[in-house]
Design a protein around this ligand. Sequence first.
Ligand code: SAM
Length: 231
Amino acid sequence: MADRPVWTEAEEGLFEKYYQLLLEWNERVNLTAIVERQEVYVKHFYDSLLIRDLPEWRAAVARQGRVADVGTGAGFPGIPLAIAFPGARFVLMDSLQKRLRFLQAVVDTLRLANVELVHGRAEDLAHQPAFRHQFDVVLARAVAKLPTLVELLAGFVKPGQFAFAYKGPEVEAEIAGAWRALAAMRMKLVRVDALELPKGMGSRRVVVLRQLAPVSNEYPRRAGLPQRQPL
Ligand code: SAM
């Protein structure tokens, strides 16, 4: 990880507000099991920003690209990235309405002009023309195992562009089971990057996938099938 600070002083204020909102809303809405300050900062905020120096990310941000965060939950990794990269445009998607209500409060309080919130399932949203193959980068953290995940993500990625799956160190087994799904989704595994959280708080993997060509219109299959019957 580069030796410059992860976020600026101005951004620090936004992260602090986000942390306060998380704690406040977490009393009513199930958002995060982690609430201790340092843990939230490292395991949610810093973790979300782990991709910030990857060349594919830098290139997408440099051209003010569109980014989708599929299954964003309480906003990870989308909100920390939207704070740190105000020039990129983010669409955060989730199927749970109550989490989107929390995110709307975050977007309003932090005045994040570069974030759009969308309620729905990836299996449906990926077929809508407004989202089909429209994104320079598609992100997902803790949403599904890789064979299922690639089916959920591929329909969003512009051909030639990238999806990043945030994973733990055990990702190799998932990759071993994902080759058929990757081929069907016209995706190529580019790299698996090993990245470390600070203070010895964990080791992470980011799976970098490239969308080689548009996906057949039959994918993703109808809601629930990618999970129940992975390719
Ligand atoms: N990405 C966040 C994180 O890392 O903290 C949330 C992870 S949470 C375990 C998974 C989230 O994905 C939930 O908020 C769930 O509603 C959402 N989700 C799961 N399957 C989905 C689907 N098919 N379409 C849209 N959202 C989905």
